[in-house]
Design a protein around this ligand. Sequence first.
Ligand code: SF4
Length: 733
Amino acid sequence: MRTAHRTCPLCEAVCGLTLTIDDGGRVTGVRGDDADPFSKGFICPKGASLGRLDDDPDRLSGPLVRRDGEWHEVSWAEAFEAVERGLAPIPGPARALYLGNPNAHTMAGLLYGTPLARSLGTRQIYSASTADQMPKHVSAGLMFGHPLTIPVPDLDRTGYLLMLGANPLESNGSLCTAPDFPGRLKRLRARGGRLVVVDPRRTRTAALADEHVFIRPGTDAHLLMGIVHTLFAENLTDVRVPVSGLAELEAAARDFTAQACARVCGVPAELVTRLARELAAAPTAAVYSRMGASTVEFGTLTQWLVDAVNVLTGNLDRPGGAMFPRPAAEGPPRRKPYATGRWHSRVRGLPEANGELPVATLAEEIETPGEGRIRALVTVAGNPVLSAPNGTRLDAALAGLDFMVSVDPYLNETTRHAHVILPPPRVVQSAHYDFALLGLAVRDYARFSPPVVPLDDGRPAEAEIFARLAMIASGQGAGADPALLDELILDQMLRAAVAAPGSPVEGRDPAELRAMLTGATGPELRLDAMLRLGPYGDWGGRLPWGGNGSGEGMSLATLLDNPHGVDIGPLKPRLPALLATASKTVELAPGPILADVPRLREALGREAGGFVLIGRRHLRSNNSWMHNVAPLVGGTNRCTLQINPGDVARLGLGEHAVVRSAAGELTVRLEPTDTIMPGVVSLPHGWGHAGTAQLVAAKNAGVSANALTDESVVDPLSGNAVFNGVPVTLSPA
Ligand code: SF4
C-alpha cells in the first residue's frame, strides 16, 4: 500500500486527491488532499469514486477492430494499421474530428487536439463546446479579443453574486474553477454578501441563496437587457475600464424596459429594477451565468450581457467583481482580432466559431451527398449520440460512414459505430495538468500530477495515441515515431518565442532553450516550455509567484517539488493589457452582437404558452461517461422528468407521460415537484444507455433527452445547440 497525490480529472473543480494504491496498482481509497492550497481537502462523490471508475471491468483493455459486424481484439500495431487503411483513401475535406468534453480534462486532449485536427486536413472540426459553452467564447472573443479571455466571479471576495442558469451545488462549477464551490457560496453569505439565483427550477443552489427567482427558460437575455436598460435609465452606470460602444449599448437597450422584459421572463418588473439597483449599489458584485442560460436560442446575447452588466456596474476586473485569471501556462497574446464565420458549414451555412462547426450540423454533413460530405470520422472521448441534439438522427448517420475510429475507454452508443476503438490507459496512468481549467480559476494556482501507476507493457500513453493518429492522418504512416511530433511542436514554440518582440526569451537560441527543458515525456517537455515561457516562468517571467518563497521562476521542476500544488495568489486586475480587440478597449457593442439584438427585441412580444423542456445536472453525473460506475447511479441520480404537480393534475398524467417535440418522442417516468415552475419540464441528459457493453449503465439505462432536442435550432452567433427551452407537448402514457 502507498499513497499518491493527483488532481481529480472528473469535473472543472480540479480538486487535489490523495489516493491509496495497492501493490497491484489498484486505487483502493480516495480522499481529498488536505495539503492542496486550493481545494483544501474538498472532495465530492464523483472524486471519491475515481478508483471504481479507474478499475471499471467494462473499460476496454486493448484495441478493438470491427470486421463484418464482429469485434476483434487486436494488437496496437494492427489497430494503427487498420486506422491507416481506413483513413488513407478518404481525402482531408471528407474527414471530420469530434472532441468530447473529457478532452478538456486531459493533457493529451489539450496538447494534441489541434495538431490532430490540422493533420486530418479538414475544416470539419466539432466538439462538445457547441453543445455547451461556445456562446461564452464568442462573446468573450468579440468583447475582449480572445475567446479564452473569460472573466470569472471573484467568489472569495465578492459581496453580491447574481447567478443565472448555473447550479454549482450539483456541477461544482463550470467556466469557473472553484473547488468547494458550495463552501465558497456559504462563506459569501456568512461574510454578509448576497446570493441571488435565477433559474426555472429551485435547485440546491437556489435553495442556498438569499433569493431565488423563477424565470421562463431561454429569457435570461431579456432579464439582463432589462437590467442594462435600468442602469442607463436611472443613471447608475459606473464604468471603470476602457470601453468602446457605450452609447450603442445604451441605444440597443432602449426598448427593453423593465416592464417589457419582465413580461417575457415571467418575473415582476419591480424585480428587474431592484436587481439593477442592488448590483449598482453593492460594494462589489459579479454576474455569473452558465449552461442553463448558454444552451438557449439567445446564448451569445446572454453571455455578452452578463459581462456588459459587470462593466456597467464597475465590477469588471476589480477584486470582488468579475476578474481574469492569469494561469502559469498562459500562451502568448493573440495578435489578430477575434472573428467568427471565417468559413461556414457546407449544408446549412452555419458559421465557424473558434475553428469549429456546430455539432448540431454534424448529422446532415454526414448524410448530405456532395463534395465535402463527411465519409470518415475520428472521435475522441465523446459520446455525441447521447450528448448532441437529435442524437437519434446522428446515431443513424454514423452508421453510414465509410470509416470511423474512436479513442475511448468504452464501447458505447457512439463508439459502437467505429471500425477501430483505441482505448486510452487508466486515469492514474496518465500525467495531469489542467491547461484549460486553470485559466478559469478563482485563484491563480498550478498543480502537476505525474502518473501514479506505470503503463502496462506495450500500452501506449494517450498522448502517443493522439500523436500516432496525427501522423497517420498526415500521411506519415502507422510506423512513424510519435516523438517526432513533439519535437516539431517544441521547435515551433521556441522559435516563435525567441522571435516575438517583448518575449522573455527574445533573441535567444532555440536549441539552447530546448536543451534546458526537462520532462519524462513529450507532453511534460511541452508543459515545461509553457511554464518557463509563462507569466511566472523562469525564462524571464515578470511576475513573482511567491508560492514557496524561493523567488524562483516557475517550471515543471517547481511543480514536481510541490506535489500538492502551488498557490500563486488571488486574482489581480489585468486590463487594459490583456485586451486583444482592435480598439484595445472592452467592446460593449460588437457589430455581430448588435445585429442579433433585433431578434431579441422581436421576442419581447412572445406570449408564454405550452411546455418547454430544460436539462438538469446531478452531483453524481457528468454527461454520459460516469453512468457505468455503480456508486454514481441510482438514488436521486435518476433519469426522470421533473414536472410541477399542478401540471400533472391539469393534464391528468399518471406515473409516466409521453413527451413529444419537433425531433421525436419519449415515454418518461414523472417526478412531480414544486421546485420546478409550471409549464416547464426537466430531463437530465446523457442517459439512454442501451445495447452497449457497459453493463451498469445498461441496467440504469434511462432515456436520452437528446431524442427530443432539435438540431435544426441553434444560437445563430455561436452555432450552439439549444437544449433549454425546447417546446414539447405532454400526454398520458
Ligand atoms: S468536485 Fe470535481 S474535481 Fe472535485 S472531487 Fe468532485 S469531480 Fe473531482
